[in-house]
Design a protein around this ligand. Structure first.
Ligand SMILES: Nc1ncnc2c1ncn2[C@@H]1O[C@H](COP(=O)(O)OP(=O)(O)OP(=O)(O)O)[C@@H](O)[C@H]1O
Length: 369
């Protein structure tokens, strides 16, 4: 058996009109991984998914599934199944008939069809609505029907294009949990396209961040959130403070940088030996790692960096606090913090504050956002 379930090798797509949608996309996915594609609208997520499904021709590169080159294999012969945002449920058919459809197309025997459909109806808790049509199904049931229809053909890879996009926020959260549990219990590979980075962060084993047809970073959610590799990812994922900076020198493991508002340091995510003094970099600090104190109450520690500012406003929204602060160069920033911690500090709008974070929490990336 091949090592990887799915391999994209320098996969590229230029549409006939000349639009370059995907550029030399390399990816290796292990069996049973949950991998999400995220990125701004038009960055090439759907095009990539459609190329994997065989719904879109590729311009160059290669797609391998379990070690076999499927680049020229027609969509119905690929071991993939796709779920689209609108589910594409046949409205004139019952739930059972919708699920049977793919098996009939594949000319399976009645015995196999009955067994598989019965199993999947039970697994996805659709038995009670087996004879219902789309119009009488809830959003969650439609979503499960779309899953059932895709899973019944026992694909090796399930491709999901914004499958939760049509659901309201509460239903979306509960279906997210179901989806993750189902994926784990089936052990099949999921490739998931979403606009919602929080969804990708909570569901995925790994996330691919795309920008203008190119891969910016492929990481697990924690790494992506805490160690962005590029200014684009720092801006796109999480809530980071990003300061344009110049590289000064390496201090042990950390890179020392200078900015308009002072000198700081952080973990470099570039080749340390090749970065030269004066090089353009950005200092990235996840806002969750920043503590804010009234200036007179700050206790200075060696393993931390500090930044002074003036608090202009605090908003409490449930468990979060949003602090608006103006820095010494008049730059306004906004920080998201824990409401309980902020309440306990008696911060006064208009007063001076000290922001503190552990040096190791900051990341230094090459280039400016
Ligand atoms: N059929 C097409 N013909 C020409 N250009 C296309 C076609 N489909 C997509 N494109 C272009 O290719 C690029 C990538 O589109 P794609 O739909 O893959 O992006 P996406 O990241 O999935 O966007 P969204 O999040 O909005 O769905 C865009 O610039 C888009 O305009």
């Amino acid at each position: 058996m091949a090592d990887f379930d799915l391999e994209l090798i320098k996969l590229s797509k230029t549409y006939p009109g000349g639009a370059v949608a995907v550029k030399e996309f390399d990816l290796e996915v292990e069996r049973g991984e949950f991998v999400s594609f995220v990125g701004p609208s038009g960055c090439g997520k759907t095009t990539t998914l459609r190329m994997i499904a065989g719904l879109e021709d590729i311009t160059s590169g290669k797609i391998q599934i379990r070690g076999e080159d499927v680049t020229k294999v027609p969509t119905e012969k690929r071991p993939t199944s796709t779920i689209f945002q609108n589910y594409a449920i046949f409205p004139h058919m019952t739930v059972r008939q919708n699920i049977e459809f793919g098996l009939n197309v594949r000319k399976m025997t009645t015995n196999v069809i009955n067994k598989r459909v019965g199993d999947i109806l039970e697994k996805l808790d659709l038995g009670d609505v087996a004879n219902a049509k789309e119009e009488s199904l809830s959003g969650g049931q439609k979503q499960r029907l779309a899953l059932a229809r895709s899973l019944v053909i026992e694909p090796e890879i399930l491709l999901l294009d914004e499958p939760l996009g049509a659901l309201d926020a509460n239903l979306r959260r509960s279906i997210q949990e179901e989806l993750k549990l189902l994926q784990r219990s089936l052990g099949i590979t999921f490739i998931f396209v979403t606009h919602a980075q929080s969804e990708a962060l909570s569901l995925s084993d790994r996330i691919v961040v795309m920008n203008a047809g190119e891969v910016e970073q492929i990481s697990d959610p924690l790494e992506l959130y805490t160690r962005p590799q590029t200014p684009f990812v720092a801006k796109f994922v999480g809530s980071n403070l990003i300061f344009p900076a110049r590289f000064e020198a390496m201090l042990d493991e950390n890179a020392a940088v200078s900015t308009d508002i002072g000198s700081f340091d952080g973990m470099p995510v570039f080749d340390r030996s090749s970065c030269k003094k004066g090089e353009t970099v950005s200092l990235v600090i996840p806002s969750e790692f920043i503590d804010v104190f009234p200036s007179e109450k700050a206790i200075y520690k060696d393993n931390c960096n500090y930044l002074k500012g003036t608090l202009s406003e605090v908003d409490f929204v449930g468990r979060d606090a949003y602090l608006s602060i103006v820095l010494s160069n008049n730059q306004p920033i906004r920080l998201q913090s824990d409401a309980t911690a902020i309440r306990s500090r008696n911060l006064t709008p208009g007063g001076p504050v000290d922001m503190q974070w552990r040096r190791q929490r900051a990341t230094v990336v090459l280039g400016h956002a």
